[in-house]
Unconditional design. Structure first.
Length: 160
């Protein structure tokens, strides 16, 4: 599993651009920036929709006031699903919705979980991290994946 002090591995992600799904490399996302990244097991799922994403949307200005350039939500879903979820959650202009559709980055970081028992296949663990110029400065992996406490926005805010 990736740890504090490690470099984010190279991977190809996707996000919804003006003309549709567009590639986004980890280099583009992290290089030269302070990024508050949080990951969820699945868009539209209860804890993700009721706690995790809303917290980051609500406190986006507080994160930016503490020096965060980009707030990014990552999920092993496709860009269409993340775009729709972001719109439903009013994340526009606050949280960048990033699709790791094939789970490439999630797997390379060792933050993968098996959600097969719930019909979800391989997904991401719930976590948050502070990444400064591609280096993991803080990592908060949720011990109970049904909650968004250790990985929630308040924990990350307290670490800035």
């Amino acid at each position: 599993m990736i740890k504090e002090g490690d470099t984010i591995p190279e991977a190809q992600l996707m996000h919804m651009g003006e003309a549709g799904p567009a590639p986004l490399s980890t280099d583009e996302l992290f290089k030269g920036k302070v990024v508050a990244l949080f990951a969820v097991p699945g868009a539209f799922t209860p804890t993700c929709s009721n706690q995790h994403l809303p917290g980051f949307v609500t406190k986006a200005d507080a994160l930016r006031a503490k020096g965060v350039d980009t707030i990014a939500c990552l999920s092993v879903n496709d860009a269409f699903v993340l775009d729709a979820w972001g719109k439903q959650q009013n994340a526009g202009g606050k949280v960048k919705m990033v699709a790791d559709g094939n789970g490439e980055l999630t797997q390379k970081m060792g933050l993968e979980m098996d959600g097969s028992g719930f019909g979800m296949g391989k997904r991401s663990l719930r976590y948050s991290m502070l990444v400064r110029d591609g280096i993991v400065e803080k990592l908060n992996v949720e011990q109970n994946q049904d909650k968004a406490e250790e990985s929630g926005v308040d924990t990350l805010l307290s670490q800035l």
